[in-house]
Design a protein around this ligand. Sequence first.
Ligand code: ADP
Ligand code: MG
Length: 680
Amino acid sequence: MLSLTDSVTVLTGVGPKRLTALNQLGIATISDLLYYFPFRYEDLKVKDLSEAVDQEKVTLKGTVVADPVVSRWGPGKTRLNVRLLINHDVIMVTFFNQPYLKDKFEAGVDIAVYGKWDARRNSLTGVKVLAVQSADNPSFAAIYSTNKNVRQGTLVKLIREAFDNYQSVIPDLIPADIRERYKLVSEVELIAGMHFPESYPEAKQARRTAIFHEFFLYQLQLQVIKQADRHVENGLALPYQNAALKEFIKTLPFDLTDAQKRVVNEICLDLKAPAHMNRLLQGDVGSGKTIVAAIAMFAAVTAGFQAALMVPTEILAEQHYQSLQKLYAPMNVTVGLLTGSTTAKERRTLLADIESGRINIIVGTHALIQDAVVYHKLGFAVIDEQHRFGVNQRRVLREKGLQPDMLAMTATPIPRTLAITAYGEMDVSTIDELPKGRIPIETSWVRSNQVEQALSFVQKQLADNSQVFAITPLIAESEQMDLKNAEEIYATLAERFEPQYHVALLHGKLKDDEKNRIMTAFSNNEIQLLVSTTVVEVGVDVPNATVMMIFDADRFGLAQLHQLRGRVGRGKKKAYCLLIADPKNQQGVDRMTIMTETTNGFVVAQKDLELRGPGEVFGDRQSGLPVFKVGDPVADFASLQVAQQEVQKIFTVDPTFSQPAYAPLKAYLAQQKQNYQTLD
Ligand code: ADP
Ligand code: MG
């Protein structure tokens, strides 16, 4: 039986190597492949020479004037030049490193070439040779984001094969009446239209449906969670011991801010009450959300329950584990750490201790929601950097054990209307002040020709026994390039500062335990200068670090710069953020200026909104909103709302999906749940 959950290895030419490459793109099953959508289309239709725009891609058709000339211009590098007659004009076409194309360009043949037009030189840098088309046969090529192990062509071929073989088993998840009402296409048309459109209107129509489809399924999952709430008879009451809680707060190394006290109270009221808690805690970077979570988890433990803290990365899990152990040391609370790199042996003991209740508080990545993890008495679950998790992962966590009370934490302010639609009806607590005595971080914008001064400054800080982050540039869509950059910067800084200081390089390609080792060494001041790609970005807390140096800072968005800057200025010493950038446009200049002018996350978010517009801000991973593949919760807000209404209607009419029209949805939800429990 064909199933969309079949592995892509059923397709022609997908062996272990290609499978790994596809996995890197998040593609494991046929379904993943079919829903791996292009991010744009290329118009391959032949254009008139007069329509060609300088530095843009275009397809031109002409007659080859004379046989092409292939020349070498470096080791292994070739250039093929051929002249093409288009009506009365002659243009030059150049192909790099494809000498074998020579045969296609015999003098006198008609040929179409797709490439980049250079108006000044009257030349086309060829991308591909196309079959000669007639004007009434328009053609579009879908362009996918790929990595160096999977080429466009391979992806297209695989998608085509998957579609041809599996289209008969693609279910229509959106019920027919809804599709009719909103003029949406069927699921098969959606997939075909996204991947192989014959025209722009077709692609547009498919996209419109794909957006609704995505929002619809998202809202469906939110409703499942809400529905589960209603079924928990009276929810869970956690009658915590107030005296013990006060005692614990007294042992903390600092006084809580008023805002922290307020949100602790809000959370504790929810814990004690028999109703089910579903709360969002928002507060700027460095506002001290972790301690609030630690207090609330401690409360749950005094009520005789276990608590869990789920975080998006292993680095963060390790860090929270360390600091919680310290915090709870006087209180007789046992903490466990469970991640993907926990060894099999440790894991066995740990799972047994979680099940027996010997461990009170469990910190971990999404490993916490695997089937194998059986909690003794999980009463409270916290999700840090919650926007980094899918709604399904949250759902599985909350369905663990006793249906725990839930607290989700985020560093980004989210407009209320959006929050309601995107998250369902969460209660919101806000920490709106930073701990007292924080010296504001001083941010400077440094041009690349002043790097030397920046480095002397770093030298002084190091001499002062402080630590330094150096963040390396972000190159769009290529991890490989990011790494190369990081290695170069690392080499330069190591040469300059070693052996007096230890310099280390942290990047995403390292094994998780290696990353943890480096982070721990940095926390312990065994490493003084940490060169890193943005893997350090979320949540990392090293109070002795006083300098955040960001190379090519104009490549980062404001929200991300703010997050990165939030990694310093967490201790008693004055901290600095050095933005090294030579922005190429006004927006880049504006961004650097804003960063030097304010350290308030809310202001930064507001300015970001003004500069980029809501669509882009709330569409990206830093926004605090869930990440959608095709839909944009702001630009497509109407679709999001309609999806919410329609899903609510289904739940009112037929909450168990017993009608035949809803059978595919029922199957889909069951499948989703299973997927998330068998991760890793
Ligand atoms: P975030 O809200 O970004 O997760 P953290 O919880 O990591 O922030 O806290 C940032 C730093 O501030 C930590 O080093 C923490 O120990 C410290 N901190 C938290 N609350 C206070 C407080 N009330 N007074 C002083 N320092 C605090
Ligand atoms: Mg945090």
